[in-house]
Design a protein around this ligand. Sequence first.
Ligand SMILES: [Zn+2]
Length: 148
Amino acid sequence: MVLPIKLDEYDVSIMKSLFNDGRKSFRQISRETGITTPTVKARFQRLVNVGFIKSVTPIVDLQKIEKNISISELQAVDQKQFQKKIRKGVKIMLNCDFCQGSVAGNPHVLKFANYERFFCCSSCKSEYKKKYGARIEALEKRAASLNQ
Ligand SMILES: [Zn+2]
């Protein structure tokens, strides 16, 4: 097999950045690596085009799944097998984004900009809003201006 490209330090920095978190935007990778955004985009595209980056897939925390799967079964499943088990109705356990307690029943959800936060009760939700109100407002303003 002949490789059409040789990875350089740019490619490697971009790959390393994505290994930590594949959800990052090109701009975030740029900020992190010091490589310009157009270069990050071009290098990523090239690594995809040559088939080196085959896909960007989420890695899930198996501990967070509802315990209707036995522990031994849970230990036996790796990420690949787990992907087959993902189906409608599987519940993911949540911790309250304010008090960190576990959320029993339906969470109280707060949505702003591209974010979603989950709370165990309405008072945690309103306390969170009080505490981070300015930040939430700023994020919403920014999201609105980006959508224009
Ligand atoms: Zn709470």
